[in-house]
Write a protein that binds this ligand. Sequence first.
Ligand code: GAL
Length: 652
Amino acid sequence: MPTLYHGADYNPDQWLDRPDILERDIELMQKAHVNVVSLGIFAWCTLEPEEGRFNLDWMQEIIDRLWAAGISIDLATPSGARPAWLAKKYPEVLRVNADRTRQLFGARHNHCYTSPVYRDKVRTINQTLARRFGRHPGVILWHLSNEYGGECHCPLCQQAFRDWLRERYGDIAALNRAWNTKFWSHEFADFDQIESPAPHGENAMHGLNLDWRRFVSHQTIDFMKWERDSIREIVPEAKVCANMMYMFPGVNYFDMARELDLASWDSYPTWHKPTETLEDTALDTAMMHDLFYSLKGQPFWLMESTPSYTNWQTVSKVKKPGVSLFASLQAIAHGSDSVLYFQWRQSRGASEKFHGAVVSHDGREDNRVFQETVQVGQALCDLARVAGTKKEKQAALVFDWENRWALEDAQGPRNAGMGYKQELLRHYRGLAKNGVTVDLVNGEADLTGYQLVVAPMLYMLREDFAAKLRAFVAEGGTLVVTYWSGVVDESDLCWLGDAPHGLCDVLGLRRCEIDGMYDGETRRCVALDPRLPASAQGSVLCEVAALEGATPLMAYDEDFFAGAPAVAVNAYGKGRAYYVATRFEPAFYAPFYALVCEGVIGDAQLLPDNVLLTCRGPFTFLQNAGETPVTFMGVELPKYGTAVLEDGKRIY
Ligand code: GAL
């Protein structure tokens, strides 16, 4: 039976002295159509109060009762926060900061990923849980740790980093070449001379910084695999997931997702921020949903969200009536098979006591948050057959972690921020406002099946990906490339010769110069093609290119580069490639992509303001992100309303 999951992080370990509350939880879960909970995420000190003494009976009782009530369990490994005894007895598990100070016991998500002691203790508790609960019919999934992230600079990690470098480069001469170490006389004679980047040490060597980022990502995933494998040794068929985060820089999620059965993420958009419309927030969130779908090219889980408010954003805005349902169905529309919240019941104390939860301190079921959660649960029951359905391949938006690391670390041409995400989002919005289905892919992607590939700020362009892009266009694909692309290779060494490296012939032009703009500084551009906005402002970086066969569609209209192309198109093989020389204001991109999609993506259509259209399998989701009702495709959508069509027929 296809099922959409509805549930929450459940932390009954905080309420073991209140059996009445635990009883009530299950009753309320049933009322809210909850069918899964993530259990025991931070329960290590309750599960193993002293080294080697395990206390699992409470969990057994809760799992049995949940299961009897029709609620499945996404069972957590508790490694995200360690008990005090462990830190006290084995200080090597404590993380060391970049300045080489070792942290004290406290907070969470702060263990060393390399420490053999930590790995050993994690394996023991994981296997203890797996032996006891791994074959329980209620346990359908394992929640590995919580939001893996962060880095450790302890001696064990330094050694692991050097070993990783040895493996990557083989000999030190190759490393010296890749890092261009003759500069400032930084040549290394041996791997043992290398230290991780530090504020009081090496911090401006881009090759080192990049490899450190790669290593941290690798080591984090290695730790995650250790956790996964410790469970699978006991329960080989165990399904695992890990909850990921919004635009998280620290781990290459494409690599991480390969090791998991299911991708999932924790979504906390800044709904109702005065500087954003609800549509802005929704599109920003949509790009993330599409990323997490794309990681495995299959439905993901929305592992956490808040039914009401967070307590960590600058200001904690309450979701207005209807927005929880809107946001939840938006996740489903973009490929989620679940809506889960952090957390089921609001904590009484400690740092998250004012974070929203399904059950608030008042414990009532007649308040707005609980009632709206019931509504979400009902909607997920009504839409159960959406579960498991896939999205069609139309456009691929290239979002590459390694490119991001290198791009953001470079000194110049704009140290005031390159805004990679802002650039991606502009293109994403342009596509989404034409109703195009977008996958986010990295520089290792297979581009077959896509009609359109968009590669914004592809600063690091590996030779093999450039070849894939060329072949994609030659065979009839449409490509969009922007300024600041094809600049460096995979070692962050500048490509020599004409730029964008590997793409000059595809684009029919060559970069001559690039000028940085201060915040607020812009350069006017004018349209040469009537389908584009008559004028638009370029910002952030203005690249100046010389045409070598491409047709200009917009041109700069001021400064010494007036007349140079701001947008151009070039025919190459059976396809065509567009070039965008600068960052335009957000409103430019919807008409731009209407032009790009013409004849390329059959069902693309410019959507009215506030209307969102997302397709998944035979289902079309229409949503109104605005405050006034709209009618679109014959369907009336109230404020924040959602309609779902199946093969064109309304089912919700
Ligand atoms: C997540 C985290 C949860 C909780 C939540 C609050 O990042 O995984 O444990 O802290 O944020 O919004």
